[in-house]
Design a protein around this ligand. Sequence first.
Ligand code: ACO
Length: 382
Amino acid sequence: MLNTVANPGLEGVVAAETRLSSVDGQAGELIIAGFPVEELAPRATFEEVVYLLWHDILPDTNELTTFQQALGEQRALSQTTLNLLQAAAQARTPAMDALRMAVGTIGLGTIQGGADENSLRDALTLLAQFPTIVAAYWRFLQGAVPLDPDPSLGHAANYLYMLSGERAHPERVRGLETYLNTVIDHGLNASTFAARVIIATDSDVVSAVVGAVGALKGPLHGGAPGPALDMVFEIGEAGRAEAFMRAKLGRGERLMGFGHRVYKVRDPRAEVLAQAAKAFYEADGDMALYDLARTVEETAVRLLAEHKPGRDLQTNVEFYTALLLHGLDLPIELFTPTFAISRAAGWIAHCFEQQALKRIIRPQSVYVGARDRRWMRLEERS
Ligand code: ACO
């Protein structure tokens, strides 16, 4: 019989082997399929990084062209998915809930599920349709008509096009690609673990990804960048940063964009995104928000060290995600869905790894409830 209380957050528990990414929280190092994130994220297209994760090798020209075409052809949504998104917009459903519901409708009649040979095709459909869902939903919310995807554009450029109706400047596409590449995979984070648990039952990749979207929604995981940006806006000017955050900590609130289960030094993704954001804000000729964010970051890290000594609470990826996505004119409501557009590729890659293992994930629990209860009829219970 088990008689030890399990570590409730599973800190330090190794539950999978992966070739997809390595997270070293002490060294502040993230490796994505062999490449340091700083090396890969600002240079590759998103399609190249997806191919790398799914096939463990960078594509050559022919492979990349074929992969881009296959993705481009799968982008259009079914009428069922569009109808659902329209109804969700009428009900002002939060974007992550709309995304979860819409992903569940993907491939009605085409997704086979279960069998391994169908997984790659289902995966392409899933990945291709994530940005279309998010953009269509956003346009429905604005009372606008969703735009048809443009198969001649890359994944990132087409997403920006479907949101605004305008072809984005290459600098903006580069900024978004750097972001998508940076957050594509990150060890056994909560949503990835959820996806692996689901696929390990020999379920299908769509079900695994729907579950992962649900896990990503929570503010302790993917939902932090919106509140992180709100905080920077509320602070408004550098001189108010310390008093504002002291008061917040005094009320027992958390500073969003800081702290991480694994990283005990600055999250390496924060710097990749900070550099991408800086390039952007410099190009726009207005560094005010970027400079304010830097001050907020420095102050927050100092105050957190005072508030929770020894906890090593440092900047996490969400803080500069907020600044970068805001610079790309993405509304706060779409920050977490945009994270999902990228991480979907990582979830799917983990599904492939887990499917190859053919082993259900089934830990145990320690029972701490009552024993020896005896049944009482309804009229005997007080
Ligand atoms: N602000 C204030 N205090 C904090 C913060 C924070 N951002 N983060 C942690 N703490 C405190 C906790 O209250 C806790 O104190 P206690 O032990 O005295 O109660 C201590 O520091 C340790 O924190 P834990 O919650 O035990 O750390 P855990 O590893 O469980 O949590 C997490 C990590 C959830 C990210 C946490 O740091 C947090 O809530 N941060 C703010 C939300 C955020 O930025 N989330 C995005 C994470 S990145 C991602 O998922 C992609």
